[in-house]
Ligand binder design. Structure first.
Ligand code: FES
Length: 68
């Protein structure tokens, strides 16, 4: 699915950037050597970043509990 119409960034491309450490829409665009144009994708990209950060935090917390 296309997340950013202006730069043709798909869900997969955004997830790749997040997996590589991008934590803002600008960083996601920079990862793919593009820049934000209209900014309409920023809210969706922020949501995807939050989702992945939250799930990572949850997994980290579960690992800590399991180690105790
Ligand atoms: S939709 Fe991403 S910059 Fe316009």
């Amino acid at each position: 699915m296309i997340v950013c119409v202006c730069r043709a960034l798909t869900t997969s491309k955004v997830n790749d950037a997040i997996a590589a450490g991008a934590r803002s829409p600008a960083q996601v665009h920079r990862h793919h050597e593009t820049t934000i144009n209209c900014g309409k994708c920023s809210e969706t990209v922020c949501g995807m970043i939050r989702e992945q950060s939250c799930s990572g935090g949850y997994d980290d917390a579960r690992q800590l509990v399991a180690a105790e």
